[in-house]
Ligand binder design. Structure first.
Ligand code: NAP
Length: 316
């Protein structure tokens, strides 16, 4: 695995694996450095490894689980020659070509790199979160709202995401309690006004969620008043966390251009980063859509961009 590759793909969510399928079918023999198992998943594969049912990925009319979808994509790329390394990249050097990446002491090099390291939802840090994630606890209203028709649910957060998600969720839920640790929302005025005008949204100000109830499904939560310390139990069957996201870009600080929130910046309508030959796709460069299908679509773009860029280097 140590000779120079045509492509190394860093990250193995839907963006990275779609890039792997396309580059493998283009005979570029990609090496996917796919990450490591985490405390919440025994396999890499990104946020979908934490998702149970996916009903909105086109082509699966009866739904598919996140881990199954990722396994299918992984096998699909392997069929065309993609290789996998189940490790985390620990260091990179993109100052010269071939580009170099390290997994601890092992060095790998490639003519082009596709970065698809994704983003992660911020969590509250409660012990029960890993147990109940995807079992009543969710980090994505677009993905999971549909499962809560007629339920009483809650959303945590006070920014635009929380207000947008709470408003969206009122299409399904009978009641949405927005729990915020302050007495005012950080969200923009138009979003605040919309939420205040929505009769299905109730506000629980100055509260933090301190515990989640339920063994294998969420049955309620315990919220604590930030000033008095008083505890309140809410019997909700759904809880959506909307307290922000962090892109997984620490590795690229000072190397690849990032926006103020740490997302990689790609050139409009492409996956080109500021370094020719280094491409980015998926949630690591998308804080707007954050869907498996949009990540997969941008993985396809990165593969095509890389393929054409490599061809142009040889032609030059
Ligand atoms: P955000 O603006 O950073 O807001 C995060 C919210 O979560 C804040 O209200 C914060 O409370 C709260 N929070 C953070 N950690 C918490 C914790 N441990 N426990 C309880 N609450 C916690 O994040 P965002 O709402 O995801 O928005 C990110 C960016 O995307 C923003 O620039 C936003 O404007 C933009 N965005 C725009 C739209 C839109 O325009 N349609 C939609 C979504 C997002 P504090 O207020 O106390 O800090």
């Amino acid at each position: 695995m140590s000779s120079t590759r045509k492509v190394i793909i860093i990250g193995s969510g839907p963006a990275g694996l779609t890039a792997a399928i396309y580059t493998a079918r283009a005979n570029l023999s990609p090496l996917v450095i796919e990450g490591e198992p985490s405390s919440t998943s025994d396999q890499p594969g990104g946020q979908l490894m934490l998702t149970t049912e996916i009903e909105n990925f086109p082509g699966w009319p009866t739904g598919i689980t996140g881990p199954e979808l990722m396994q299918n994509m992984r096998e699909q790329a392997a069929r065309f020659g993609a290789e996998y390394l189940t490790e985390k990249v620990t260091r990179i050097d993109f100052t010269a070509r071939p580009f170099r990446v390290w997994v601890r002491d092992a060095e790998f090099s490639a003519d082009s790199i596709i970065v698809s390291t994704g983003a992660r939802s911020l969590m509250l840090g409660l012990e029960a979160e890993s147990r109940l994630l995807s079992h009543g606890l969710s980090t994505c209203a677009t993905c999971d709202g549909f499962f809560f028709r007629g339920h009483e649910i809650a959303v945590v957060g006070g920014g635009d995401s929380a207000v947008e998600e709470a408003t969206f969720l009122t299409k399904f839920a009978s009641k949405v309690t927005l729990i915020h640790r302050r007495d005012t929302l950080r969200a923009s005025k138009i979003m605040r006004d919309r939420a205040h005008a929505n009769p299905k949204i109730e506000f629980m100000w100055n509260h933090t969620v301190v515990d989640l109830l339920g063994d294998d499904r969420l049955t309620g939560l315990v919220a604590q008043h930030t000033e008095t310390g008083a505890l309140t139990t809410l019997p909700v069957t759904g809880l959506f966390l909307a307290i922000g996201h962090r892109p997984n870009t620490d590795l690229f600080t000072g190397v690849l251009d990032m926006d103020d929130n740490g997302y990689l910046v790609t050139q409009p309508n492409s996956s080109y980063t500021n370094i020719p030959g280094v491409f980015a796709c998926g949630d690591v460069q998308d804080h707007t859509y954050r869907q498996a299908i949009t990540a997969a679509g941008s993985g396809c773009m990165a593969a095509i961009d890389a393929e054409r860029w490599l061809e142009a280097q040889h032609a030059g």
